[in-house]
Design a protein around this ligand. Structure first.
Ligand code: SF4
Length: 272
């Protein structure tokens, strides 16, 4: 039997879960549901993600005019609001009525800031560079590397300066400068996958903070690659059955696993 067939398969989403809390990897790998319901915040993020798919088109057709851009963004958001229940029928079947309207109102309130930042980006980097960084040559392609025992799907592959590089869409908060540490590891893991597939070095990637209309270029460092490889090995062990120590995490209060997440010894007696 080849060695890989005995190893639990790792995905980039496992790495992201591990960054949140190693124990979440354990629970999800054992069939616990991470996000059992759609709430207003999640709907707002889903709408902003769908809205961002229209940024390349809107940037392409808008002159440097905030009013025009806001109108186009509002129209795209209206469309996203209609499309979302058709795209996720199972999730919407158990979503409270009114949540979508509330999520829509929250997303709509962000449009003036999104438009202002897209226009700022256009002035700063130029239309061609902005379009290259925003426009997908592929959307959510699934990439698997046997050598890394890793699979993942970047939000987009974009062609920038003649290179195909990964880009991720993040509807959450945006740091004042650069990208969040977790986003750096996220793009590094996708760069490693894309390198394994293409055989070419991926020196940089992009993070789109779509709730703000801000796009940031990230240089992939050796230390990021090391962190990804180290995390993959830890995740493999957890998926093979190792329960990580419980530490008091900042996410515990809102974690869907909190009622199951007890001390190691109590947990063992609960499951076995
Ligand atoms: S309750 Fe806390 S320690 Fe347990 S899985 Fe959730 S975040 Fe991790």
């Amino acid at each position: 039997m080849p060695e890989n067939s005995r190893r639990p398969e790792i995905s980039v989403s496992d790495i992201l879960l591990y960054i949140n809390c190693p124990r979440r990897v354990y629970f999800v790998s054992r069939g616990f549901e991470l996000l059992p319901e759609i709430n207003v915040s999640r709907l707002e993020r889903m709408l902003l993600k769908e809205l961002s798919m229209n940024y390349p088109e809107i940037v392409k057709m808008c002159s440097l005019n905030a009013d025009t851009m806001c109108k186009e963004l509002e129209a795209a958001l209206d469309q996203a609001c209609k499309d979302l229940p058709l795209m996720f029928p199972k999730e919407f079947a158990r979503t409270e009525k009114g949540f979508l309207e509330e999520g829509n109102a929250r997303a709509r309130a962000k449009i003036p800031e999104i438009a202002a930042n897209l226009l700022k980006g256009l002035e700063e980097f130029g239309k061609d560079s902005m379009l290259a960084a925003l426009t997908p040559v592929k959307t959510e392609p699934i990439i698997f590397s046997e050598r890394l025992n890793l699979k993942g799907a970047p939000s987009k592959i974009v062609c920038f300066e003649g290179m195909n590089v990964p880009s991720i869409i993040k509807p959450g908060s945006c740091p004042v400068q650069g990208v969040w540490a977790s986003d750096r590891i996220h793009v590094a893991s996708l760069a490693l996958l894309l390198e394994a597939e293409s055989g070419k070095e991926i020196p940089f990637a992009f993070v789109e903070y779509v709730s703000f209309g801000i796009i940031r270029k990230v240089v992939i460092r050796s230390s990021d690659r090391r962190e990804v490889l180290k995390t993959c090995r830890r995740v493999e062990k957890i998926k093979a059955g190792l329960m990580p120590e419980k530490t008091e995490e900042k996410f515990c209060s809102e974690c869907t696993f909190s009622e199951h997440c007890v001390s190691n010894s109590s947990l063992m007696s609960k499951f076995f």
